[in-house]
Design a binder for this molecule. Structure first.
Ligand SMILES: [Zn+2]
Ligand SMILES: [Zn+2]
Length: 174
């Protein structure tokens, strides 16, 4: 989603621009880390979620390894459970990402965990190469792209469920 996807075959190299264009070129251009992090124009509302078909496609692709396990153990329960789990995770992502860019004092926004996730995603809108995860930052932690605070000051959006992610200024004794 942050660079075009290249697929090499012996005959030709294919470049898929769709995920990059929909996310990096559209979502990141409209929603930045300043006041524009919160929806400003009604017409941009539908650039918050991904296209409806992305969820089923991603759950199907992500659950491919479980097809092999299902065939091995002789029951499709494994594949179905994996598909539903991935799809559930995807729905959680879509919902909280929606609430992040379109706050409305919902109960979910009152939860401290939401505020933490919101700060994480706000930093992603500031530094596109950091904090790729939205729900659980496991991949960010594994691949070293996790940041908890901004490396330097910036004009950040304010709101009841937006934490301060500015760098910690250390007081130095003179
Ligand atoms: Zn976003
Ligand atoms: Zn992004």
């Amino acid at each position: 989603m942050h660079r075009p996807v290249k697929i090499w075959t012996p005959w030709q190299t294919y470049t898929f621009w769709y995920p990059f264009e929909a996310h990096a070129m559209v979502h990141h251009t409209i929603f930045k880390s300043d006041d524009s992090y919160h929806l400003k124009e009604e017409k941009d509302k539908f650039t918050i979620p991904m296209a409806w078909w992305n969820g089923p496609v991603l759950a199907t692709l992500g659950s491919i390894p479980f097809v092999l396990i299902s065939l091995f153990v002789g029951t499709w329960i494994v594949e179905i459970t994996a598909w539903l789990t991935i799809f559930g995770y995807y729905c959680t992502y879509e919902y909280i990402h929606w609430c992040m860019h379109l706050p409305k004092n919902r109960i979910v926004e009152e939860i401290g965990l939401f505020s933490g996730r919101n700060g994480h995603h706000l930093l992603h809108h500031r530094h596109m190469d950091k904090n790729f995860n939205v729900v659980l930052p496991i991949a960010d932690w594994l691949f070293g792209t996790l940041i908890r605070r901004a490396p330097y000051k910036f004009t950040q959006v304010k709101g009841p469920s937006v934490p301060d992610v500015q760098p910690v200024t250390k007081l130095v004794d003179k």
